[in-house]
Design a protein around this ligand. Structure first.
Ligand code: IPE
Ligand code: IPE
Ligand code: MG
Length: 245
């Protein structure tokens, strides 16, 4: 049986989040510049979006650029930004054709104006799509997001719109950038690193984590299927005992 055939379509993770890591090391191994790795990473993004949509995943969230990635060399940051714009240009029609809605989360006020315009354009062009929601985490950091939510909650409380006693986890989550989606059920990180790097800190409280040594530019549908199969073989207890499930 192929990997795809082994997947139980009735038990798919509703939301998959991916930390797309390893572009630079992948390029270095071939004596190529890091940017070459990022360009090849864009092809892996395309394969992953396609594979996820074909499976019937409802939410796919891709960590494309972290709040901390602004600290990389200026030339690399610029190359990543221009790759983002050119990839949106190239892929937007495909997204629409496949009924995929595009969105971004992160501190977008830090993005160059041209990138912000392109991102807004893609969001608007796909806003009537009803299939998978593809969210790019761009200039995103979990601590930034949580801090921002706390600020908004404090403002609402000061205005009398919210009683501090009424704040619950559910209400808190409505102040996050992911208010419109369920928490990720499966989080994949490529490249062998075993950390979250400030990705979806609140939302991943009960997420199943899947780490693979595959570098992001080598990621493909088969690797995605392996992650989904691993997810399907786990018992998610949420604090309960096996007998209670
Ligand atoms: C992931 O690959 C892409 C971004 C973080 C933008 P890296 O660029 O982090 O690649 P490595 O980890 O250095 O190999
Ligand atoms: C995390 O990768 C961010 C993205 C994949 C966009 P990094 O390569 O920036 O993470 P660290 O620095 O190794 O933790
Ligand atoms: Mg990295």
């Amino acid at each position: 049986m192929s990997l795809l055939e082994r997947i139980d379509i009735s038990k798919l993770p509703v939301h998959i989040a991916i930390i797309m890591d390893g572009n630079g090391r992948w390029a270095k191994k071939q004596n190529k510049p890091r940017v070459f790795g990022h360009q090849s990473g864009a092809s892996a993004v395309k394969r992953t979006i396609e594979g996820s949509a074909e499976l019937g995943i409802k939410y796919l969230t891709l960590y494309a650029f972290s709040a901390e990635n602004w600290n990389r060399p200026k030339t690399e940051v610029e190359a990543l930004m221009s790759l983002l714009v050119s990839t949106i240009d190239k892929e937007l029609n495909n997204l629409i054709k496949n009924n995929i809605r595009f969105d971004v989360i992160g501190n977008l006020s830090l993005l160059p104006a041209s990138v912000k315009r392109k991102v807004d354009f893609a969001i608007e062009k796909t806003n009537r799509c009803t299939g998978m929601l593809l969210t790019l985490a761009l200039s995103y950091g979990g601590r930034w997001e949580i801090t921002n939510a706390v600020k908004k909650i404090a403002e609402d409380a000061a205005k009398g719109l919210l009683n501090p006693q009424d704040i619950t986890g559910k209400i808190f989550a409505t102040y996050l950038t992911t208010a419109n989606m369920p928490d990720p059920e499966l989080l994949i990180r490529t490249s062998g690193e075993l950390r979250l790097s400030n990705f979806l800190l609140w939302q991943s409280a009960y997420t199943e984590l899947y780490f693979t040594d595959v570098m992001w530019p080598d990621f493909n549908k088969e690797e995605l299927y392996k992650a989904v199969l691993s997810f399907q073989n786990r018992e998610r207890r949420f604090g309960k005992t096996t007998e209670q499930l």
